[in-house]
Write a protein that binds this ligand. Structure first.
Ligand SMILES: [Fe+2]
Length: 432
Protein backbone atom coordinates (compact mmCIF):
# COMPACT_ATOMS: atom_id res chain seq x y z
CA UNK A 1 0.00 0.00 0.00
CA UNK A 2 1.35 3.45 -0.90
CA UNK A 3 2.29 5.92 1.82
CA UNK A 4 -0.47 8.31 0.73
CA UNK A 5 -3.14 5.62 0.85
CA UNK A 6 -1.89 4.53 4.26
CA UNK A 7 -2.20 8.11 5.49
CA UNK A 8 -5.72 8.37 4.10
CA UNK A 9 -6.64 5.14 5.80
CA UNK A 10 -5.36 6.38 9.14
CA UNK A 11 -7.15 9.72 8.83
CA UNK A 12 -10.40 8.11 7.63
CA UNK A 13 -10.31 5.59 10.49
CA UNK A 14 -9.99 8.41 13.00
CA UNK A 15 -13.38 9.63 11.79
CA UNK A 16 -15.02 6.17 11.55
CA UNK A 17 -15.00 6.25 7.78
CA UNK A 18 -14.25 3.20 5.67
CA UNK A 19 -12.03 4.24 2.80
CA UNK A 20 -13.96 1.88 0.50
CA UNK A 21 -17.16 3.91 1.05
CA UNK A 22 -15.66 6.84 -0.85
CA UNK A 23 -16.67 5.90 -4.36
CA UNK A 24 -17.29 8.96 -6.54
CA UNK A 25 -20.04 8.09 -9.06
CA UNK A 26 -19.17 7.87 -12.74
CA UNK A 27 -20.91 10.07 -15.30
CA UNK A 28 -23.20 7.19 -16.27
CA UNK A 29 -24.18 6.62 -12.64
CA UNK A 30 -24.82 10.33 -12.09
CA UNK A 31 -26.98 10.60 -15.19
CA UNK A 32 -29.03 7.55 -14.20
CA UNK A 33 -29.72 9.06 -10.81
CA UNK A 34 -30.54 12.45 -12.31
CA UNK A 35 -33.04 10.90 -14.69
CA UNK A 36 -34.95 9.42 -11.76
CA UNK A 37 -34.90 12.71 -9.86
CA UNK A 38 -36.14 14.76 -12.82
CA UNK A 39 -39.13 12.46 -13.23
CA UNK A 40 -40.46 13.16 -9.72
CA UNK A 41 -43.87 14.81 -9.81
CA UNK A 42 -44.97 14.44 -6.23
CA UNK A 43 -42.87 17.37 -5.00
CA UNK A 44 -43.73 21.01 -4.15
CA UNK A 45 -42.14 22.38 -7.35
CA UNK A 46 -41.94 19.71 -10.09
CA UNK A 47 -39.32 20.39 -12.75
CA UNK A 48 -41.12 21.91 -15.78
CA UNK A 49 -41.71 19.03 -18.22
CA UNK A 50 -40.21 20.96 -21.14
CA UNK A 51 -36.94 21.49 -19.23
CA UNK A 52 -36.31 17.90 -18.20
CA UNK A 53 -34.81 16.41 -21.37
CA UNK A 54 -32.47 19.29 -22.22
CA UNK A 55 -31.20 19.35 -18.62
CA UNK A 56 -30.55 15.62 -18.75
CA UNK A 57 -28.92 15.92 -22.18
CA UNK A 58 -26.56 18.61 -20.88
CA UNK A 59 -25.49 16.40 -17.99
CA UNK A 60 -25.14 13.37 -20.25
CA UNK A 61 -22.97 15.22 -22.78
CA UNK A 62 -20.47 15.91 -20.01
CA UNK A 63 -21.19 19.65 -19.98
CA UNK A 64 -20.20 21.01 -16.58
CA UNK A 65 -22.94 22.42 -14.34
CA UNK A 66 -22.95 26.23 -14.33
CA UNK A 67 -26.32 27.63 -13.16
CA UNK A 68 -29.86 26.28 -12.76
CA UNK A 69 -32.28 27.05 -15.60
CA UNK A 70 -35.68 25.77 -14.45
CA UNK A 71 -37.43 29.06 -13.62
CA UNK A 72 -36.88 31.29 -16.64
CA UNK A 73 -34.74 33.70 -14.59
CA UNK A 74 -30.97 33.85 -14.38
CA UNK A 75 -28.12 35.97 -13.03
CA UNK A 76 -25.06 37.15 -14.96
CA UNK A 77 -22.20 35.98 -12.76
CA UNK A 78 -19.58 37.94 -14.73
CA UNK A 79 -15.97 37.11 -13.84
CA UNK A 80 -17.15 34.97 -10.93
CA UNK A 81 -18.94 32.46 -13.17
CA UNK A 82 -17.69 28.96 -12.63
CA UNK A 83 -18.58 25.34 -13.34
CA UNK A 84 -18.45 22.18 -11.27
CA UNK A 85 -16.00 19.84 -12.95
CA UNK A 86 -17.15 16.79 -11.06
CA UNK A 87 -14.65 14.30 -12.41
CA UNK A 88 -11.76 16.57 -11.45
CA UNK A 89 -12.34 16.21 -7.72
CA UNK A 90 -9.50 14.18 -6.28
CA UNK A 91 -9.91 11.29 -3.88
CA UNK A 92 -8.49 13.50 -1.16
CA UNK A 93 -11.17 16.14 -1.78
CA UNK A 94 -13.94 13.54 -1.52
CA UNK A 95 -12.32 12.26 1.67
CA UNK A 96 -12.19 15.79 3.06
CA UNK A 97 -15.93 16.13 2.27
CA UNK A 98 -16.70 12.77 3.89
CA UNK A 99 -14.85 13.74 7.06
CA UNK A 100 -16.46 17.16 7.28
CA UNK A 101 -19.93 15.71 6.77
CA UNK A 102 -19.29 12.89 9.25
CA UNK A 103 -18.06 15.30 11.91
CA UNK A 104 -20.96 17.64 11.16
CA UNK A 105 -23.40 14.75 11.46
CA UNK A 106 -22.21 13.93 14.96
CA UNK A 107 -22.99 17.43 16.17
CA UNK A 108 -25.90 18.28 13.88
CA UNK A 109 -27.89 15.25 14.99
CA UNK A 110 -27.64 16.55 18.50
CA UNK A 111 -27.88 20.31 18.01
CA UNK A 112 -29.35 20.96 14.54
CA UNK A 113 -33.00 22.00 14.31
CA UNK A 114 -35.49 19.44 13.04
CA UNK A 115 -36.20 21.10 9.68
CA UNK A 116 -32.52 21.33 8.87
CA UNK A 117 -31.99 17.63 9.45
CA UNK A 118 -34.99 16.80 7.30
CA UNK A 119 -33.64 19.06 4.54
CA UNK A 120 -30.27 17.42 4.64
CA UNK A 121 -31.84 14.01 4.19
CA UNK A 122 -34.10 15.25 1.36
CA UNK A 123 -31.15 16.65 -0.56
CA UNK A 124 -28.89 13.68 0.18
CA UNK A 125 -26.16 15.97 1.37
CA UNK A 126 -24.82 13.65 4.04
CA UNK A 127 -23.00 11.14 1.84
CA UNK A 128 -19.33 10.22 1.57
CA UNK A 129 -18.77 11.94 -1.78
CA UNK A 130 -19.11 15.55 -2.92
CA UNK A 131 -22.62 16.07 -4.33
CA UNK A 132 -23.12 16.41 -8.07
CA UNK A 133 -24.64 19.85 -8.72
CA UNK A 134 -26.93 18.64 -11.54
CA UNK A 135 -28.79 16.37 -9.13
CA UNK A 136 -28.55 18.72 -6.17
CA UNK A 137 -29.87 21.67 -8.16
CA UNK A 138 -32.83 19.61 -9.36
CA UNK A 139 -33.67 18.44 -5.83
CA UNK A 140 -33.40 21.94 -4.37
CA UNK A 141 -35.67 23.35 -7.03
CA UNK A 142 -38.22 20.60 -6.41
CA UNK A 143 -38.43 21.40 -2.70
CA UNK A 144 -37.93 25.16 -2.56
CA UNK A 145 -37.83 26.79 -6.04
CA UNK A 146 -34.26 27.89 -5.24
CA UNK A 147 -31.39 26.93 -7.57
CA UNK A 148 -27.62 26.88 -7.58
CA UNK A 149 -25.23 29.26 -9.32
CA UNK A 150 -21.63 28.06 -9.39
CA UNK A 151 -19.01 30.67 -8.50
CA UNK A 152 -15.22 30.70 -8.45
CA UNK A 153 -14.68 32.49 -5.15
CA UNK A 154 -16.38 34.70 -2.59
CA UNK A 155 -18.42 37.17 -4.64
CA UNK A 156 -19.26 40.83 -3.97
CA UNK A 157 -22.23 41.30 -1.66
CA UNK A 158 -24.19 43.08 -4.39
CA UNK A 159 -24.04 40.10 -6.70
CA UNK A 160 -24.64 37.65 -3.84
CA UNK A 161 -27.91 39.31 -2.89
CA UNK A 162 -29.01 39.88 -6.48
CA UNK A 163 -28.81 36.09 -6.69
CA UNK A 164 -30.90 35.82 -3.52
CA UNK A 165 -33.60 38.11 -4.85
CA UNK A 166 -34.05 35.69 -7.77
CA UNK A 167 -33.77 32.58 -5.60
CA UNK A 168 -30.30 31.58 -6.75
CA UNK A 169 -27.74 30.51 -4.19
CA UNK A 170 -24.11 31.01 -5.20
CA UNK A 171 -21.96 27.98 -4.44
CA UNK A 172 -18.22 27.59 -4.66
CA UNK A 173 -16.81 24.31 -5.90
CA UNK A 174 -13.53 23.95 -4.03
CA UNK A 175 -13.25 21.71 -1.00
CA UNK A 176 -11.28 22.78 2.07
CA UNK A 177 -8.06 20.90 2.91
CA UNK A 178 -8.40 17.67 4.88
CA UNK A 179 -9.53 18.04 8.50
CA UNK A 180 -10.13 21.81 8.51
CA UNK A 181 -13.00 22.76 10.81
CA UNK A 182 -13.49 26.45 10.18
CA UNK A 183 -12.64 28.54 7.14
CA UNK A 184 -13.29 32.27 6.80
CA UNK A 185 -13.71 31.80 3.09
CA UNK A 186 -16.78 29.80 2.11
CA UNK A 187 -16.08 26.50 0.34
CA UNK A 188 -18.47 23.80 -0.87
CA UNK A 189 -18.51 22.47 2.71
CA UNK A 190 -19.94 25.78 3.95
CA UNK A 191 -22.16 26.53 0.98
CA UNK A 192 -23.66 23.09 0.45
CA UNK A 193 -23.23 21.17 3.72
CA UNK A 194 -24.06 24.37 5.66
CA UNK A 195 -26.54 26.51 3.72
CA UNK A 196 -28.39 24.36 1.28
CA UNK A 197 -30.41 22.29 3.76
CA UNK A 198 -31.64 25.49 5.46
CA UNK A 199 -33.64 26.30 2.31
CA UNK A 200 -36.14 23.65 3.38
CA UNK A 201 -37.15 25.91 6.26
CA UNK A 202 -39.65 28.09 4.35
CA UNK A 203 -39.23 31.10 6.66
CA UNK A 204 -35.44 30.99 6.16
CA UNK A 205 -35.74 30.66 2.37
CA UNK A 206 -38.14 33.61 2.33
CA UNK A 207 -36.02 35.79 4.55
CA UNK A 208 -33.01 35.14 2.31
CA UNK A 209 -35.02 36.26 -0.71
CA UNK A 210 -36.26 39.30 1.23
CA UNK A 211 -32.69 40.28 2.04
CA UNK A 212 -31.96 40.17 -1.68
CA UNK A 213 -34.92 42.44 -2.36
CA UNK A 214 -33.97 44.86 0.45
CA UNK A 215 -30.55 45.13 -1.13
CA UNK A 216 -32.03 45.76 -4.56
CA UNK A 217 -33.93 48.68 -3.01
CA UNK A 218 -30.67 50.07 -1.60
CA UNK A 219 -28.92 49.76 -4.97
CA UNK A 220 -31.86 51.36 -6.79
CA UNK A 221 -31.92 54.34 -4.38
CA UNK A 222 -28.15 54.71 -4.70
CA UNK A 223 -28.20 54.60 -8.51
CA UNK A 224 -31.07 57.08 -8.67
CA UNK A 225 -29.15 59.58 -6.53
CA UNK A 226 -25.97 59.09 -8.54
CA UNK A 227 -27.86 59.75 -11.78
CA UNK A 228 -28.79 63.20 -10.45
CA UNK A 229 -25.26 64.51 -9.91
CA UNK A 230 -21.92 64.90 -11.64
CA UNK A 231 -20.05 65.93 -8.52
CA UNK A 232 -17.42 63.27 -7.75
CA UNK A 233 -17.47 64.07 -4.02
CA UNK A 234 -21.25 63.77 -3.87
CA UNK A 235 -21.04 60.45 -5.75
CA UNK A 236 -18.43 59.18 -3.33
CA UNK A 237 -20.68 60.11 -0.41
CA UNK A 238 -23.67 58.38 -1.96
CA UNK A 239 -21.60 55.24 -2.52
CA UNK A 240 -20.29 55.36 1.03
CA UNK A 241 -23.76 55.74 2.48
CA UNK A 242 -25.10 52.82 0.44
CA UNK A 243 -22.20 50.64 1.59
CA UNK A 244 -22.90 51.57 5.20
CA UNK A 245 -26.55 50.71 4.78
CA UNK A 246 -25.60 47.34 3.33
CA UNK A 247 -23.39 46.68 6.31
CA UNK A 248 -26.28 47.18 8.73
CA UNK A 249 -28.60 45.03 6.61
CA UNK A 250 -25.82 42.44 6.54
CA UNK A 251 -25.86 42.17 10.32
CA UNK A 252 -29.54 41.19 10.33
CA UNK A 253 -28.65 38.47 7.83
CA UNK A 254 -25.60 37.41 9.84
CA UNK A 255 -27.40 36.95 13.15
CA UNK A 256 -30.29 35.01 11.62
CA UNK A 257 -29.46 33.15 8.39
CA UNK A 258 -25.78 32.60 9.25
CA UNK A 259 -25.65 32.35 13.04
CA UNK A 260 -29.24 32.00 14.23
CA UNK A 261 -30.53 29.69 16.96
CA UNK A 262 -34.12 28.61 17.57
CA UNK A 263 -36.00 27.05 20.47
CA UNK A 264 -37.53 23.65 19.69
CA UNK A 265 -39.23 21.42 22.25
CA UNK A 266 -37.76 23.53 25.01
CA UNK A 267 -34.19 23.22 23.73
CA UNK A 268 -31.99 25.72 21.94
CA UNK A 269 -31.09 24.41 18.47
CA UNK A 270 -28.95 25.61 15.55
CA UNK A 271 -30.31 26.74 12.22
CA UNK A 272 -27.64 29.22 11.08
CA UNK A 273 -25.63 27.89 8.14
CA UNK A 274 -22.42 29.46 9.42
CA UNK A 275 -22.80 27.43 12.58
CA UNK A 276 -23.94 24.17 11.01
CA UNK A 277 -21.08 24.08 8.53
CA UNK A 278 -18.61 24.01 11.43
CA UNK A 279 -18.81 21.02 13.78
CA UNK A 280 -16.85 22.97 16.39
CA UNK A 281 -19.21 25.93 16.36
CA UNK A 282 -22.27 23.66 16.29
CA UNK A 283 -21.30 22.45 19.75
CA UNK A 284 -19.93 25.79 20.93
CA UNK A 285 -23.01 27.82 19.92
CA UNK A 286 -25.26 25.75 22.19
CA UNK A 287 -22.97 24.48 24.90
CA UNK A 288 -20.16 26.95 25.42
CA UNK A 289 -20.14 28.94 28.66
CA UNK A 290 -18.19 31.64 26.84
CA UNK A 291 -20.99 33.13 24.72
CA UNK A 292 -24.12 35.13 25.38
CA UNK A 293 -27.43 33.74 24.20
CA UNK A 294 -30.20 36.31 23.87
CA UNK A 295 -33.83 35.81 22.96
CA UNK A 296 -34.88 37.90 19.98
CA UNK A 297 -38.16 38.74 18.30
CA UNK A 298 -37.44 40.17 14.82
CA UNK A 299 -41.06 41.34 14.53
CA UNK A 300 -40.27 43.85 17.29
CA UNK A 301 -38.59 47.00 15.88
CA UNK A 302 -36.40 47.41 18.98
CA UNK A 303 -35.14 43.85 18.68
CA UNK A 304 -34.46 44.30 15.00
CA UNK A 305 -32.25 47.28 15.84
CA UNK A 306 -30.47 45.13 18.40
CA UNK A 307 -29.42 42.93 15.47
CA UNK A 308 -28.65 45.75 13.04
CA UNK A 309 -26.57 47.61 15.61
CA UNK A 310 -24.47 44.68 16.81
CA UNK A 311 -20.96 44.56 15.39
CA UNK A 312 -19.07 41.23 15.18
CA UNK A 313 -15.89 39.58 13.97
CA UNK A 314 -15.72 36.72 11.50
CA UNK A 315 -12.35 35.41 12.61
CA UNK A 316 -13.52 33.31 15.56
CA UNK A 317 -16.63 31.69 17.04
CA UNK A 318 -19.34 34.20 17.87
CA UNK A 319 -19.56 35.73 21.31
CA UNK A 320 -23.30 36.45 21.14
CA UNK A 321 -25.99 34.30 19.56
CA UNK A 322 -29.57 35.44 19.08
CA UNK A 323 -32.31 32.91 19.69
CA UNK A 324 -35.75 32.83 18.02
CA UNK A 325 -38.76 31.40 19.81
CA UNK A 326 -40.02 30.11 16.47
CA UNK A 327 -39.29 30.37 12.76
CA UNK A 328 -42.66 32.09 12.36
CA UNK A 329 -41.08 35.27 13.75
CA UNK A 330 -38.77 35.49 10.73
CA UNK A 331 -41.78 36.05 8.50
CA UNK A 332 -41.97 39.62 9.75
CA UNK A 333 -38.64 40.42 8.07
CA UNK A 334 -40.00 41.99 4.90
CA UNK A 335 -37.62 43.84 2.55
CA UNK A 336 -39.18 47.12 3.72
CA UNK A 337 -38.55 46.38 7.41
CA UNK A 338 -34.97 45.27 6.75
CA UNK A 339 -34.37 48.53 4.87
CA UNK A 340 -36.08 50.72 7.48
CA UNK A 341 -34.15 49.12 10.37
CA UNK A 342 -30.84 49.47 8.51
CA UNK A 343 -31.50 53.18 7.89
CA UNK A 344 -32.43 53.78 11.51
CA UNK A 345 -29.42 51.80 12.75
CA UNK A 346 -27.07 54.16 10.93
CA UNK A 347 -27.94 57.00 13.29
CA UNK A 348 -27.55 54.90 16.43
CA UNK A 349 -24.52 53.75 18.42
CA UNK A 350 -23.41 50.15 17.98
CA UNK A 351 -23.14 47.30 20.46
CA UNK A 352 -20.18 44.96 20.47
CA UNK A 353 -20.43 41.23 19.99
CA UNK A 354 -19.60 40.65 23.65
CA UNK A 355 -22.03 42.86 25.46
CA UNK A 356 -25.32 42.47 27.28
CA UNK A 357 -27.40 45.63 26.97
CA UNK A 358 -30.48 46.95 28.78
CA UNK A 359 -33.64 45.44 27.34
CA UNK A 360 -31.95 42.13 26.41
CA UNK A 361 -33.94 39.00 27.21
CA UNK A 362 -30.97 37.02 28.39
CA UNK A 363 -30.86 33.22 28.25
CA UNK A 364 -27.13 32.90 29.02
CA UNK A 365 -24.53 35.43 30.06
CA UNK A 366 -21.22 34.36 28.57
CA UNK A 367 -18.01 34.27 30.54
CA UNK A 368 -16.49 36.82 28.13
CA UNK A 369 -19.52 39.13 28.31
CA UNK A 370 -18.92 42.80 28.89
CA UNK A 371 -21.14 45.64 30.07
CA UNK A 372 -21.92 48.46 27.60
CA UNK A 373 -19.56 51.04 29.13
CA UNK A 374 -16.66 48.64 29.61
CA UNK A 375 -15.34 49.16 26.07
CA UNK A 376 -15.01 52.92 26.66
CA UNK A 377 -13.13 52.51 29.93
CA UNK A 378 -10.84 49.91 28.40
CA UNK A 379 -10.11 52.18 25.43
CA UNK A 380 -9.36 55.07 27.78
CA UNK A 381 -7.08 52.89 29.91
CA UNK A 382 -5.16 51.80 26.81
CA UNK A 383 -6.05 48.16 27.47
CA UNK A 384 -5.90 45.64 24.71
CA UNK A 385 -9.28 45.35 22.97
CA UNK A 386 -10.42 43.06 20.22
CA UNK A 387 -11.03 44.80 16.90
CA UNK A 388 -14.80 44.78 17.37
CA UNK A 389 -14.68 46.49 20.78
CA UNK A 390 -12.17 49.04 19.59
CA UNK A 391 -14.02 50.14 16.48
CA UNK A 392 -17.38 50.19 18.28
CA UNK A 393 -16.02 52.26 21.16
CA UNK A 394 -14.40 54.73 18.76
CA UNK A 395 -17.45 54.99 16.53
CA UNK A 396 -19.83 55.50 19.44
CA UNK A 397 -17.68 58.06 21.25
CA UNK A 398 -17.45 60.06 18.04
CA UNK A 399 -21.20 59.87 17.72
CA UNK A 400 -21.83 60.90 21.34
CA UNK A 401 -19.39 63.81 20.99
CA UNK A 402 -21.30 64.97 17.90
CA UNK A 403 -24.55 64.55 19.85
CA UNK A 404 -27.12 61.75 19.96
CA UNK A 405 -30.54 62.70 21.27
CA UNK A 406 -32.41 60.68 23.88
CA UNK A 407 -35.25 60.47 21.40
CA UNK A 408 -33.00 58.74 18.85
CA UNK A 409 -31.74 56.33 21.49
CA UNK A 410 -35.28 55.49 22.56
CA UNK A 411 -35.63 53.49 19.32
CA UNK A 412 -33.85 50.68 21.20
CA UNK A 413 -35.84 48.39 23.50
CA UNK A 414 -34.28 50.28 26.43
CA UNK A 415 -31.95 53.25 26.72
CA UNK A 416 -28.27 52.28 26.81
CA UNK A 417 -26.49 53.52 29.94
CA UNK A 418 -25.15 57.04 29.70
CA UNK A 419 -21.53 57.26 28.60
CA UNK A 420 -19.54 58.62 31.58
CA UNK A 421 -18.61 62.30 31.26
CA UNK A 422 -14.95 61.67 31.99
CA UNK A 423 -14.74 59.29 29.06
CA UNK A 424 -16.35 61.76 26.69
CA UNK A 425 -14.03 64.53 27.91
CA UNK A 426 -11.01 62.29 27.40
CA UNK A 427 -12.14 61.44 23.88
CA UNK A 428 -12.85 65.08 23.02
CA UNK A 429 -9.35 66.05 24.12
CA UNK A 430 -7.90 63.24 22.06
CA UNK A 431 -9.68 64.49 18.96
CA UNK A 432 -8.64 68.12 19.36
FE1 LIG B 1 -22.71 31.67 4.55
Amino acid sequence: MSQTKLNYQTIAAQHDIALESIKPPTLTERVKKLEAILALDDVPYPIPIEKRQSYLDAAQSGKHFRIGNFCGESVEMKQYANVQEYDKYTFEEHLSWAILVREQQKTKQQFGCREYLEGEALFEIGGTVIPDFYSLNARIYQQTAWQLATVSEIIPAELFFTCHSRRFFPVTTFMRPLETDYLEEPDIGHDVAGHVATFTIPAVADVMKNHGEARNMIYAERDEKIAQTNDPVAIENIMFEADELLRYAGRIYWFTVEFGLVIQDGNVRDFGAGILSSPGETIYSIGSAESNRILIDPSDDGDLLRLANTDYLISEFQKTYFVLESFELLKSLSPERILAASKKAMSLPDFTWREIVPGDRVIDVGSVATSPNEKYYRLMAGQELDECLERTATKNLQMYCDGVSKETLSEFRALPPQVPTEVLEWFRKLQS
